[in-house]
Design a protein around this ligand. Structure first.
Ligand code: PHE
Length: 339
């Protein structure tokens, strides 16, 4: 057979070759394009072709090679999508685990949203404080026991710097900076040098409230706190105010609510009294207003400070205050779906 006919046959063979899958493809490559493939063989033998024909044969071989390469390229481009295997819809899904809002944050937000309705704005203050904002401006006597090493984490030898022991510090910071009328809520962490047990921790959370204007009264304070208790614990809740003492309020009281765990019958949480204390409150002492350069002749106010851990404990029957800060996931996860 003439060489030119052989090449023409090759051209037809390349055209006719159907590449359907990877195996066809490698067979095709091996036959036409590999080092041992037919086209390469012909190139190797080009010396045996009469010189007058060589240019033509060379051209044809190059054309064949391109044609074969083109076909390989086309197959790779057109490669059909792999049809996914049908899934077994009964296999358990992969569940991504999600974090949630901490129970103390949830309770804090709830308290804030109640007081927002009453026109309170949120204020904040630092956890590292000075003696003035934590004690002196709040009318603590020089030798008041709360200043004692037992309770306070002092940060300096001269006791001028400390970790705040209550959020009442924010009362002072707000009154120093803003003129009445004032209506703020200050949530935050506080620290006390206490032995850690199921009932007490060296840090916990408080929410402070402060109102200063020309006409607020103790009756207003009681009404506000009673509806607060109803909003958080339900309409059935009972409250009682007991006379108390704080250096920065006069008159002072503590508010108890009917124990939410035993319904008032008496249990370990309410120490068999049926009542649990949830906050301290009172009318702002005129001396405190004066310390913040607010005229006590013209203005008066009330304040309260409540414990967030205690409220969460009563709402969700949490038996041990240490649970809040342990990062024990099964405990935290119980509240994941609350808002
Ligand atoms: N600061 C007080 C405490 O930590 C609570 C309180 C706040 C009492 C405001 C009266 C008014 O116990």
């Amino acid at each position: 057979m003439e060489l030119l006919e052989v090449l023409e046959q090759l051209r037809q063979e390349i055209d006719a070759f159907e590449i359907k899958d990877k195996e066809d493809l490698s067979r095709f490559k091996r036959r036409f394009l590999g080092k041992e493939g037919v086209i390469a063989q012909h190139f190797k033998q080009i010396r045996s072709v009469p010189p007058s024909l060589r240019p033509q044969v060379g051209k044809l071989l190059n054309a064949l090679k391109q044609k074969a390469e083109e076909k390989v390229r086309k197959f790779s481009e057109e490669k059909p999508f792999e049809v996914p295997q049908p899934r077994d819809v009964f296999l358990p899904g992969v569940v991504e685990s999600e974090g949630g809002v901490h129970i103390l944050s949830i309770v804090t937000y709830r308290v804030i949203s109640f007081f927002r309705l009453w026109g309170f704005k949120v204020a904040e203050g630092p956890e590292i404080e000075d003696d003035w904002h934590n004690f002196t401006a709040l009318n603590f006597e020089e030798d008041h026991p709360a200043r004692d090493m037992q309770d306070t984490f002092f940060l300096s030898e001269d006791k001028q710097w400390l970790l705040r022991t209550h959020t009442s510090t924010v009362q002072i910071r707000v009154m120093e900076r803003y003129k009445p009328p004032i209506r703020i809520l200050a949530p935050g962490k506080v620290y006390r040098n206490e032995t850690i047990s199921a009932r007490s921790h060296c840090f916990f959370h408080q929410i402070e409230g402060l109102v200063v204007d020309e006409h607020s009264s103790f009756a207003d304070l009681k009404t506000l706190l009673y509806s607060f208790a109803q909003a958080i614990f339900g309409e059935e809740v009972q409250v009682r105010f007991r006379p108390s003492y704080f250096p920065f309020t006069e008159i002072s009281a503590e508010m108890d609510i009917s124990c939410q765990l035993c319904g008032g019958k008496g249990c370990a949480v309410c120490k068999y009294s049926g009542w649990v204390e949830i906050l301290g409150c009172g009318m702002v002492d005129p001396a405190v207003l004066e310390n913040c350069r607010i005229d006590p002749q013209k203005y008066q106010g009330y304040a309260f400070g409540l414990g967030v851990e205690r409220i969460a404990q009563l709402l969700y029957q949490i038996p041990d205050i240490r649970l809040y800060a342990q990062n024990y996931l099964p405990f935290l996860a119980q509240f994941r779906f609350l808002t």
